[in-house]
Design a protein around this ligand. Structure first.
Ligand code: ATP
Length: 511
């Protein structure tokens, strides 16, 4: 998808009440966004899909809701005060700031693209007789690009692991990476930048306490580990899930809601016996990928990306990437965090955070598998995959959001053919019966065709037209969003027809 298509999605989000720039009438606040009347419904549905898949489908996963403010020592213990940094670099001509690691990753992705294009071309040329593995081994252009990629990649991984900022700069210079805006290679040194926001709490005479806005929700789970384990009588293995806001002072925040300074996370920490963590890591990778794929956008839209640089707390880590309009990007991280967090909180708090395992008859500090997904990134992935422009017969086009019905903001639009003869009343009667389970919308303005277009644009899976026949025999016309097919059905069948596709329950049953 082109940049142009991405722009269309962004303006569609605004035009139909999904996402607004924060503080827009004051010219906006960079990388902060508000969700409108449609956006909030879609966002809530995404959160419900995640929450129910965690706490309804897993007997041993429970939820919490911890505060955004936490004791500042927590962020010392977690490593965020010392290590939650990104390497930044400035271009002296454009005065724009970039993440040095991202510049290099994009460069590597370009080489990958070149290799893939070469393979695609050859596959077309040779048809059925094409041997891809052999082509990789023998084609000189591929061999050259692959060798270049491997060399840069190895240097890059080592520089990240050693936190070698000078080497990151050298790679940028050696690869002749230019600023996309100024086109020049006039770079500053690479520096570390801490991403946490600091604010003050209280107003004592000798100064208020400095507190951080949490950069992740996970730590609220770790510090409540024993509270939940004891009061919930939880037995290992078990998980604690939480959704909530997180804040990061991102250096580069230019891709709409992909990278925000205030965003929302859905995280689950799963506590396991030491030594069993890699088995659970594999299980959660599979469970989480299934959750994504159940939305039906096609398996080729997702891939795993294993980390080159493991965070200080992890012994295995992978991302689930989704094909966004601007390429494959991380939507979710799955990390095997070892016992790092609990041990560190024991050290800093002086409190024991161990579990007595009755089966093993001993105490230990559990290991942790984390699944961590951004609501906003999930929102962006869903809306970009759903946005479709279609040519219709007669040269007309329509924009339709092919949202999974269970996530659609409005499930059913009820449209009286005319504003008289008792049709509006009949339409209201239908809504009054269904509104307890389904978000419905009443619309009587403009032609039926125009009303269908408005519902297509917000992704409403079902439109029901009430006409004169409806008042006589209690039937209506249902029109299906994706196929645009229409069908005459009895009003008392509507609830079942819609629930079949639009209920969260049926979506959850597919994972
Ligand atoms: P990135 O490498 O893109 O900065 P990350 O690896 O730092 O992301 P994690 O710390 O693993 O991200 O956070 C877990 C999830 O939270 C991410 O997969 C993403 O969906 C979401 N997330 C992280 N930072 C942001 C942000 N600035 N805006 C929106 N969502 C975010």
């Amino acid at each position: 998808m082109s940049e142009d298509a991405f722009k269309k999605i962004v303006s569609h989000c605004k035009e139909y009440g999904f996402v607004f720039q924060s503080s827009e009438i004051y010219d906006g606040l960079s990388a902060v966004y508000d969700y409108g009347q449609m956006g909030v419904e879609l966002k809530n549905n995404i959160k419900k899909y995640w929450w129910d898949s965690m706490v309804l489908l897993h007997e041993n996963v429970v939820g919490i809701d911890s505060a955004i403010f936490m004791h500042p020592a927590i962020w010392k213990a977690s490593g965020h005060v010392d290590a939650f940094n990104d390497p930044l670099i400035d271009n002296k001509d454009s005065k724009k700031r970039y993440r040095a690691d991202v510049l290099i990753e994009e460069y590597l992705a370009k080489i990958d693209d070149k290799i893939n294009k070469e393979v695609e071309k050859a596959a077309k040329r040779f048809g059925d007789s094409f041997d891809e593995a052999m082509f990789h081994r023998t084609n000189p252009r591929i061999l050259e690009n692959q060798a270049k990629r491997d060399e840069i990649h190895a240097r890059f991984a080592k520089a990240l692991n050693d936190s070698n900022l000078e080497e990151l700069r050298r790679i940028i210079i050696d690869c002749e990476i230019a600023d996309p805006i100024s086109g020049t290679r006039n770079w500053t040194d690479v520096r570390q930048f801490n991403l946490m926001f600091i604010t003050e709490m209280g107003s004592t005479a000798d100064g208020a306490m400095k507190v951080y806005l949490r950069p992740e929700t996970a730590q609220g789970i770790f510090v409540n580990f024993l509270n939940v384990q004891k009061t919930g009588r939880m037995k290992i293995p078990f998980g604690i899930a939480q959704t909530g806001k997180a804040f990061r002072n991102e250096i580069v925040a230019r891709q709409f809601i992909f990278r925000m300074r205030e965003f929302e996370q859905m995280e689950m920490q799963f506590f396991v016996r030491p030594g069993e963590e890699l088995e659970w890591f594999a299980k959660w990778k599979e469970i989480r990928m299934k959750w994504h794929k159940a939305l039906g956008y096609g398996d080729n839209k997702y891939r795993f990306h294993d980390h080159d640089k493991l965070a200080h707390y992890a012994n295995a880590a992978t991302d689930i990437e989704f094909e966004m309009p601007f390429g494959f990007k991380e939507v979710e991280g799955i990390h095997s965090r070892t016992d790092f967090d609990l041990v560190s909180h024991e050290k800093y708090s002086g409190k024991k955070l161990q579990y007595f395992d009755p089966e093993l008859n001993k105490s230990y500090t559990p290991y942790v598998i984390e699944t961590s997904i951004g609501v906003d990134r999930m929102f962006l992935s869903i809306i970009s995959a759903a946005y479709t422009e279609e040519e219709l017969d007669g040269g007309e086009t329509r924009v339709v959001l092919k949202l999974p019905a269970a996530l659609a903001p409005i499930k059913l639009a009820v449209l009286p053919l005319v504003k008289k003869d008792g049709l509006p009343e009949k339409a209201r009667e239908i809504i009054d019966n269904l509104k307890f389970d389904l978000k419905c919308q009443y619309d009587e303005k403009d032609s039926i065709g125009k009303r269908y277009r408005r519902q297509d644009a917000i992704g409403t899976p079902y439109c029901v037209t009430v006409d004169h026949q409806s008042t006589k025999d209690n039937t209506v016309t249902v029109r299906y969003r994706d196929t645009m097919e229409q069908e005459r059905v009895a009003i008392d069948k509507l609830a079942d027809i819609i629930a079949d596709k639009a209920s969260m329950k049926n979506l959850l049953k597919t994972i």
